[in-house]
Design a protein around this ligand. Structure first.
Ligand code: GLN
Length: 222
Protein backbone atom coordinates (compact mmCIF):
# COMPACT_ATOMS: atom_id res chain seq x y z
CA UNK A 1 0.00 0.00 0.00
CA UNK A 2 0.88 3.64 -0.13
CA UNK A 3 2.90 5.33 2.58
CA UNK A 4 1.56 8.83 3.32
CA UNK A 5 3.44 11.20 5.61
CA UNK A 6 1.71 13.93 7.58
CA UNK A 7 3.87 16.90 8.58
CA UNK A 8 3.43 16.75 12.36
CA UNK A 9 5.11 19.93 13.63
CA UNK A 10 1.97 21.89 14.58
CA UNK A 11 -1.71 21.98 13.70
CA UNK A 12 -4.35 19.31 13.10
CA UNK A 13 -2.01 16.56 11.92
CA UNK A 14 -3.84 13.90 14.00
CA UNK A 15 -7.02 14.47 11.98
CA UNK A 16 -5.05 14.09 8.75
CA UNK A 17 -3.33 10.93 10.02
CA UNK A 18 -6.78 9.46 10.64
CA UNK A 19 -8.16 10.64 7.28
CA UNK A 20 -5.13 9.25 5.42
CA UNK A 21 -5.40 5.91 7.25
CA UNK A 22 -9.11 5.74 6.33
CA UNK A 23 -8.13 5.67 2.64
CA UNK A 24 -6.27 2.42 3.34
CA UNK A 25 -2.83 4.02 3.19
CA UNK A 26 -0.15 3.64 5.83
CA UNK A 27 -0.11 7.06 7.56
CA UNK A 28 3.05 8.20 9.33
CA UNK A 29 4.08 11.38 11.19
CA UNK A 30 6.92 13.41 9.70
CA UNK A 31 9.07 15.58 11.99
CA UNK A 32 12.63 14.84 10.85
CA UNK A 33 14.27 15.04 7.40
CA UNK A 34 14.92 11.25 7.28
CA UNK A 35 11.17 10.68 7.69
CA UNK A 36 10.64 12.13 4.20
CA UNK A 37 12.37 9.05 2.77
CA UNK A 38 10.17 6.40 1.20
CA UNK A 39 6.99 8.48 1.19
CA UNK A 40 4.52 8.18 -1.67
CA UNK A 41 2.88 11.45 -0.63
CA UNK A 42 2.83 14.06 2.11
CA UNK A 43 0.04 16.06 3.76
CA UNK A 44 0.66 19.49 5.29
CA UNK A 45 -2.10 20.11 7.87
CA UNK A 46 -4.07 23.15 8.92
CA UNK A 47 -2.75 25.15 11.81
CA UNK A 48 -0.57 28.22 11.81
CA UNK A 49 1.61 28.66 8.74
CA UNK A 50 4.12 30.89 10.55
CA UNK A 51 4.64 28.29 13.30
CA UNK A 52 4.95 25.39 10.83
CA UNK A 53 7.43 27.44 8.76
CA UNK A 54 9.57 28.29 11.82
CA UNK A 55 9.56 24.72 13.16
CA UNK A 56 10.32 23.25 9.72
CA UNK A 57 13.36 25.48 9.46
CA UNK A 58 14.43 24.75 13.05
CA UNK A 59 14.12 20.97 12.41
CA UNK A 60 16.08 21.36 9.13
CA UNK A 61 13.11 19.97 7.28
CA UNK A 62 12.29 23.01 5.14
CA UNK A 63 15.17 22.67 2.67
CA UNK A 64 14.79 18.90 2.12
CA UNK A 65 11.03 19.31 1.74
CA UNK A 66 11.48 22.04 -0.89
CA UNK A 67 13.80 19.64 -2.71
CA UNK A 68 11.32 16.77 -2.57
CA UNK A 69 8.52 19.00 -3.87
CA UNK A 70 10.75 20.10 -6.75
CA UNK A 71 11.46 16.41 -7.50
CA UNK A 72 7.72 15.73 -7.80
CA UNK A 73 6.65 14.42 -4.39
CA UNK A 74 2.82 14.53 -4.28
CA UNK A 75 1.72 16.92 -1.52
CA UNK A 76 -1.72 17.94 -0.26
CA UNK A 77 -1.99 21.07 1.90
CA UNK A 78 -5.11 22.17 3.78
CA UNK A 79 -5.46 25.76 5.01
CA UNK A 80 -2.05 26.60 6.57
CA UNK A 81 -0.78 23.77 4.33
CA UNK A 82 -2.14 25.61 1.29
CA UNK A 83 -0.26 28.75 2.37
CA UNK A 84 2.94 26.73 2.76
CA UNK A 85 2.61 25.33 -0.80
CA UNK A 86 2.10 28.78 -2.34
CA UNK A 87 4.95 30.48 -4.19
CA UNK A 88 3.75 33.86 -2.87
CA UNK A 89 1.84 35.29 0.11
CA UNK A 90 0.03 38.61 -0.43
CA UNK A 91 0.30 39.62 3.22
CA UNK A 92 3.08 37.58 4.83
CA UNK A 93 3.54 37.81 8.58
CA UNK A 94 6.88 39.15 9.76
CA UNK A 95 8.85 38.01 12.78
CA UNK A 96 10.30 40.32 15.44
CA UNK A 97 13.35 40.95 13.27
CA UNK A 98 11.07 41.98 10.38
CA UNK A 99 11.75 38.86 8.29
CA UNK A 100 8.72 37.64 6.33
CA UNK A 101 7.39 34.12 6.81
CA UNK A 102 8.60 31.62 4.22
CA UNK A 103 6.85 28.88 2.26
CA UNK A 104 7.94 25.56 0.77
CA UNK A 105 6.41 26.65 -2.54
CA UNK A 106 5.53 24.42 -5.47
CA UNK A 107 2.23 26.00 -6.49
CA UNK A 108 2.60 29.09 -8.70
CA UNK A 109 -0.02 31.21 -6.93
CA UNK A 110 -0.53 34.06 -4.49
CA UNK A 111 -2.56 33.42 -1.33
CA UNK A 112 -4.03 35.87 1.15
CA UNK A 113 -4.04 34.69 4.76
CA UNK A 114 -7.11 35.02 7.01
CA UNK A 115 -8.78 36.27 3.86
CA UNK A 116 -12.41 35.82 4.84
CA UNK A 117 -12.13 38.47 7.52
CA UNK A 118 -11.80 38.56 11.23
CA UNK A 119 -15.45 39.29 11.91
CA UNK A 120 -16.15 35.59 11.83
CA UNK A 121 -13.45 33.12 12.74
CA UNK A 122 -15.07 30.38 10.72
CA UNK A 123 -17.93 29.55 8.41
CA UNK A 124 -19.24 26.56 6.49
CA UNK A 125 -20.56 26.28 2.96
CA UNK A 126 -21.16 23.73 0.22
CA UNK A 127 -18.80 23.72 -2.76
CA UNK A 128 -18.83 22.24 -6.24
CA UNK A 129 -15.43 20.54 -6.42
CA UNK A 130 -13.93 19.41 -9.74
CA UNK A 131 -12.36 15.99 -10.01
CA UNK A 132 -14.61 14.10 -7.62
CA UNK A 133 -16.49 12.35 -10.47
CA UNK A 134 -15.28 9.00 -9.11
CA UNK A 135 -17.89 9.54 -6.39
CA UNK A 136 -20.73 10.48 -8.76
CA UNK A 137 -24.20 9.02 -8.29
CA UNK A 138 -27.25 9.30 -10.57
CA UNK A 139 -27.86 12.77 -9.17
CA UNK A 140 -24.27 13.83 -9.94
CA UNK A 141 -21.39 14.70 -7.67
CA UNK A 142 -22.50 15.69 -4.17
CA UNK A 143 -21.11 19.08 -3.07
CA UNK A 144 -18.26 19.21 -0.57
CA UNK A 145 -19.31 20.57 2.79
CA UNK A 146 -16.41 22.87 3.57
CA UNK A 147 -15.39 24.29 6.95
CA UNK A 148 -13.25 27.43 6.85
CA UNK A 149 -11.24 28.37 9.95
CA UNK A 150 -9.35 31.62 9.33
CA UNK A 151 -8.52 30.17 5.95
CA UNK A 152 -6.71 31.76 3.03
CA UNK A 153 -8.05 32.36 -0.46
CA UNK A 154 -6.09 32.28 -3.69
CA UNK A 155 -5.75 35.67 -5.37
CA UNK A 156 -3.62 34.71 -8.37
CA UNK A 157 -2.94 31.43 -10.13
CA UNK A 158 -0.23 30.85 -12.72
CA UNK A 159 -0.94 28.95 -15.95
CA UNK A 160 0.14 25.61 -14.39
CA UNK A 161 -2.49 25.81 -11.64
CA UNK A 162 -6.00 24.43 -12.14
CA UNK A 163 -8.88 25.82 -10.06
CA UNK A 164 -10.95 23.02 -8.48
CA UNK A 165 -13.37 24.99 -6.29
CA UNK A 166 -14.50 28.53 -5.54
CA UNK A 167 -16.66 30.10 -2.86
CA UNK A 168 -19.42 31.96 -4.63
CA UNK A 169 -20.26 35.56 -3.68
CA UNK A 170 -22.50 36.09 -0.68
CA UNK A 171 -26.19 35.64 -1.46
CA UNK A 172 -28.07 38.43 0.31
CA UNK A 173 -31.07 36.05 0.60
CA UNK A 174 -28.96 33.88 2.89
CA UNK A 175 -27.33 36.57 4.96
CA UNK A 176 -26.19 34.32 7.79
CA UNK A 177 -22.82 33.85 6.16
CA UNK A 178 -22.72 37.12 4.26
CA UNK A 179 -20.40 38.82 6.74
CA UNK A 180 -17.69 36.26 6.05
CA UNK A 181 -18.31 35.65 2.36
CA UNK A 182 -16.64 37.72 -0.34
CA UNK A 183 -18.40 39.91 -2.89
CA UNK A 184 -16.83 38.01 -5.76
CA UNK A 185 -16.05 34.34 -6.28
CA UNK A 186 -12.87 33.31 -4.49
CA UNK A 187 -10.62 30.35 -5.30
CA UNK A 188 -10.41 27.85 -2.43
CA UNK A 189 -9.09 24.63 -4.01
CA UNK A 190 -6.37 24.14 -6.62
CA UNK A 191 -4.21 21.50 -8.23
CA UNK A 192 -0.96 21.58 -10.17
CA UNK A 193 0.39 18.19 -11.23
CA UNK A 194 0.98 16.20 -8.00
CA UNK A 195 0.20 19.16 -5.72
CA UNK A 196 -3.29 19.71 -4.23
CA UNK A 197 -4.40 22.47 -1.85
CA UNK A 198 -7.63 23.52 -0.16
CA UNK A 199 -8.44 26.59 1.96
CA UNK A 200 -10.77 24.45 4.05
CA UNK A 201 -10.52 21.38 6.28
CA UNK A 202 -12.02 18.14 4.92
CA UNK A 203 -10.20 16.33 7.74
CA UNK A 204 -12.58 17.78 10.35
CA UNK A 205 -15.93 17.00 8.69
CA UNK A 206 -15.60 13.34 7.76
CA UNK A 207 -15.42 14.35 4.08
CA UNK A 208 -13.28 11.57 2.61
CA UNK A 209 -13.27 12.44 -1.07
CA UNK A 210 -10.53 15.08 -1.01
CA UNK A 211 -8.08 12.63 0.58
CA UNK A 212 -9.30 9.97 -1.86
CA UNK A 213 -8.62 12.37 -4.75
CA UNK A 214 -5.09 12.88 -3.41
CA UNK A 215 -4.55 9.10 -3.26
CA UNK A 216 -5.86 8.77 -6.83
CA UNK A 217 -3.46 11.54 -7.94
CA UNK A 218 -0.56 9.60 -6.39
CA UNK A 219 -1.68 6.43 -8.18
CA UNK A 220 -1.94 8.31 -11.48
CA UNK A 221 -5.71 7.69 -11.59
CA UNK A 222 -6.64 11.38 -11.41
N1 GLN B 1 -4.64 31.53 9.44
C1 GLN B 1 -3.77 30.40 9.48
C2 GLN B 1 -2.42 30.71 8.85
O1 GLN B 1 -2.21 31.75 8.36
C3 GLN B 1 -4.39 29.21 8.78
C4 GLN B 1 -5.58 28.73 9.56
C5 GLN B 1 -5.80 27.25 9.48
O2 GLN B 1 -4.96 26.48 9.02
N2 GLN B 1 -6.94 26.83 9.99
O3 GLN B 1 -1.57 29.87 8.87
Amino acid sequence: GLRIGVLALQGDFREHLRAAAETGAQAVSVRRPQELDGLDGLIIPGGESTAIDKLARAFELAGPLRGRIAEGLPVYGSCAGMILLASDIADPATDLAGAPQQTFGGLDMTVRRNAFGRQRDSFETDLDFKGLDFSATESGVAPVHAVFIRGPWVERVGPSVEVLAQVEPADPEHASHAAALPGTARIVAVRSGPLLATSFHPEVTGEKRVHELFIRMIRGEA
